[in-house]
Structure formats: C-alpha cells, structure tokens
Design a protein around this ligand. Structure first.
Ligand code: FES
Length: 77
C-alpha cells in the first residue's frame, strides 16, 4: 500500500491494517483500503469487491469513515 494513502488517514485509522475490519467475513482492513483506492467508493462497491458489510453491517460505519478520508478528501483537491 502506498504510504501516501496511509497518510490520508488519521493516526487512529492507520492501525491494525492486518486485522479484520469486517469480522463477519474476515476481510482485512488493508484489503478494504485497497478496494477503496482501486475505485470502490461506496459501501455497495466495497461489498461487491470484498464481501465486507455482507454480515450484520457492524463494520459499515468504519468503512464509511475510510471512504470519507480516502475519497472525499481526495475530491476536495
Ligand atoms: S463486521 Fe462486517 S458485516 Fe459484520
């Protein structure tokens, strides 16, 4: 993962990249960040690529936050 990508995230979100962000489907945080940087900019697109949120959606808020940091910030430039 590109260090610039990580720098867009607040320090608290830069941790635990190799842990499951979506525990229901064992999707690593790293894989979700990669999906976002590769063009999945909505929960639906991330679900289609990684299966994250496909369970109880308990990870949805965290993923929305990642999208906000990685995509919405980028669009402001
Ligand atoms: S942790 Fe992702 S759907 Fe439950």
């Amino acid at each position: 993962m590109n260090p610039e990508t990580l720098n867009k995230l607040p320090p608290i979100l830069q941790k635990n990249l190799d842990k499951d962000l979506c525990v229901c489907n064992n999707v690593l945080k790293r894989d979700i960040i990669n999906a976002i940087t590769n063009g999945a900019h909505t929960i639906e697109q991330i679900k289609a690529k990684t299966y994250a949120t496909e369970g109880t959606e308990c990870c949805k808020k965290q993923i929305e936050r990642l999208i906000e940091c990685l995509v919405i910030e980028k669009e402001k430039d």
